[in-house]
Design a binder for this molecule. Sequence first.
Ligand code: SF4
Length: 357
Amino acid sequence: MPPPALQDALLHWFAQNGRLLPWRRTYLPYHIWISEIMLQQTRMDRVVVYFNRWLDRFPDLASLAEAREQEVLRLWEGLGYYSRARNLLKTADLLCRNHDSALPEDHAALLKLPGIGRYTAGAIMSLAFNRSHPIVDANVERLFSRLFNLAAPVKEKLTHGFIWRKAAELIPEGKARFFNQALMELGALVCLPRSPRCDDCPLRDHCEAFAQGVVGERPVAGKPREIIPITMVSGVLQHQGKIYIQKRLPDDVWPNLWEFPGGRLEEDETPEQALVREYREETDFAIHGLEKITTIRHSFTRYRVTLHCYLCRLRGSGTEPALHAAQEYRWAGPEELENFAFPAPHRRLIKRLAGKL
Ligand code: SF4
């Protein structure tokens, strides 16, 4: 049995120190679901801004289910990992057609919905419905690696299993909502990655790493992820006051988002040569008059992208592209670019076009 003092100390601390976040005002399943999906891979302060904007536009499941994908993607722009936004839309549609327009209070049923895995299902069950299901995020992993003085990386199978088991065992009867949040909040605010605030920690008397004097050595580092640098090029093609944009294919990276054509540099190619080639391959357009605008650096998953960006012009008068790498195209006025959903680096490129068109 876990020592009750640990649970009481943690719940008491959370009651005094938990941040007042928008979804903590209601604990509505829809609010918990949206916030948890947004929180995957995104910082809390950023999520609060996106969450409030999202609720202004889509206050409930029904309004989301009726939305157009492009509008959802546009609202999601900047959060990255766009499959999350598409899955929200798919799930809202499914729930409105088959589940009485509500998230089910059933762990197994939640797991069958698009984009809902073990973590999110646990979060909805415990935070929205106050049911005893564990959740483990990076904060809980770090906290437990210290609390239980775990001598192996937290992502290793056995350690990972231990952490999930402990997270389940520790939940006090009828208090899953606050206990799970308290664990994550303590990791986020006190048991910090680099300088844990042990002097302010309500669990210090329970912390094995603290007792052993090895806090600085926990969590044990796992294998570092390989980082892959990529050099790419992108071109803003202007013609008679309009700009060429195209919608990416549904099974490509950044599916269904709009873009300026471009791609990766091949061996021994300059960015200018690559852009001319990419335009020819993707659209059959011949371009010329390349003018460098900027270089954008962007990270996603393990890739570090350097994106060289150019203005360019159309050679010849034919404005109808052959769509070899896209599903739709537009010749859009500069002010219309606001209405389309672009990947983050292309949105940054649009911002840097100000005064250049
Ligand atoms: S005592 Fe320090 S290391 Fe242990 S749980 Fe608290 S903050 Fe983390």
